[in-house]
Design a protein around this ligand. Structure first.
Ligand SMILES: CC(C)(COP(=O)(O)OP(=O)(O)OC[C@H]1O[C@@H](n2cnc3c(N)ncnc32)[C@H](O)[C@@H]1OP(=O)(O)O)[C@@H](O)C(=O)NCCC(=O)NCCS
Length: 350
């Protein structure tokens, strides 16, 4: 994708007003007026004369906007949006790469941006633009409802290679894993209600180290933020669905807790209706094989000693029992319980 960056002109005002009326822009750029009018666009051109229009090089049509603010000497923050009619064509990634290169040529020493944890599209733009995820700035931005929200901080320095930046957990090949019976795909915001229902079941929350979920809104937010953990290389959270009709069956996670050891841990839960059909074993096999494909040397999983169903799942997926870790897991009422540790090793190259 090639884009041109040029100053805004007053005859761009209608296109800018139309673009900024979009719900995703309202959600993720909470400081923009809503509803957004032609006059708001003209005022924006006056107040921020250095912000640039991202346009189609052939037609000069407005596709988006990009601009930066100097925060201190040598350090600037970049912001951007792309009009709904130009999304998912690489416009933001191309504009960000071009803009960053230009600023570094002018002597900038650090360019950073912040994204909401739920803004998967913008976090992907940051990765595509060669920005490195640095951490979470808690409560750093005001949200449209007047509260404060956490933001992910991404930065690129002049010596960093151009994008995309490296990821410890890549996307699933083609977006999902399937064996024709179950399909696994990343957890999304829309999975919130089913996920809450399942995580609230006593035999699911009772076996979870994080306990019972607080309320549906919290679980829906966790689902929406799942993309952030995946892009950070911390964990890949997937929903398990019937390959035939998409029925929700449960969830499975790969936790990448030990990058230096190239060891990841598996965790999973199914709804009561889905149990007893081999779905968890199928999902465990799919995620384990994917783990080895993306470079894991060891996949591990643990269960409480009395969780026979889960131990059968791991054996069916080719895991071997390695031992008993005493008092590893939090039990009910402040007690501790033992963990039966299972592992599967990366198959030797043939
Ligand atoms: C974020 C935004 C600028 C992305 O613009 P875009 O031109 O569609 O982005 P690109 O086409 O360059 O896509 C970059 C990557 O994000 C992915 N992506 C884009 N939109 C996505 C979406 N809605 N869901 C999942 N992935 C998405 C693309 O597939 C691409 O991935 P890849 O690099 O792995 O191939 C646009 O969605 C937008 O304007 N959102 C509202 C305003 C906003 O969030 N601004 C940034 C605030 S921090």
């Amino acid at each position: 994708m090639t884009v041109t960056l040029r100053p805004f002109r007053d005859d761009d005002a209608d296109a800018v007003a139309e673009a900024c009326g979009d719900p995703a822009i309202a959600r993720f750029l909470p400081f923009l007026p809503q509803p957004y009018t032609r006059d708001d666009a003209l005022a924006f051109f006056r107040h921020r004369p250095d912000d640039l229009a991202v346009v189609d090089p052939g037609t000069d049509r407005v596709l988006g906007s990009i601009g930066s603010t100097l925060r201190r000497e040598g350090v600037a923050e970049v912001g951007y949006w792309v009009a709904p009619w130009a999304r998912r064509q690489g416009v933001a990634s191309a504009a960000l790469n071009q803009f960053a290169t230009r600023l570094f040529e002018q002597g900038l020493e650090r360019l950073y941006l912040t994204t909401a944890l739920t803004n998967g599209a913008s976090q992907r733009v940051a990765v595509a633009g060669g920005f490195i995820r640095e951490g979470i700035a808690r409560g750093s931005t005001r949200s449209r409802d007047g509260g404060r929200q956490d933001m992910v901080v991404w930065a690129r320095l002049p010596g960093d290679p151009p994008g995309p930046s490296a990821r410890a957990l890549p996307d699933l090949p083609g977006g999902s894993l399937t064996d024709g019976v179950v399909t696994l795909r990343p957890i999304l915001e829309e999975d919130g209600p089913s996920t809450y229902q399942m995580r609230s079941l006593p035999d699911v929350s009772g076996r979870s180290v994080v306990g019972t979920p607080m309320d549906p809104a919290v679980v829906t937010r966790q689902c929406a933020e799942s993309v952030s953990k995946w892009l950070a290389g911390q964990r890949a959270e997937m929903t398990i669905r019937s390959a035939a009709d998409g029925t929700y069956l449960g969830e499975i996670m790969l936790y990448y807790a030990e990058p230096f050891l190239r060891e990841a841990m598996l965790g999973y839960s199914l709804t009561p209706q889905a149990r007893g059909n081999g779905y968890a074993s199928r999902a465990a096999r799919l995620v384990t094989d994917w783990g080895f494909e993306i470079g894991m040397s060891r996949m591990i999983a643990g269960t409480a000693p009395d969780n026979i169903a889960s131990q059968r799942v791991l054996e069916a997926a080719g895991y071997h029992r390695e031992g008993l870790q005493r008092s590893r897991l939090p039990g009910p009422d402040g007690t501790r319980i033992d963990n039966v540790q299972f592992a599967k090793l990366r198959p030797a190259a043939t």
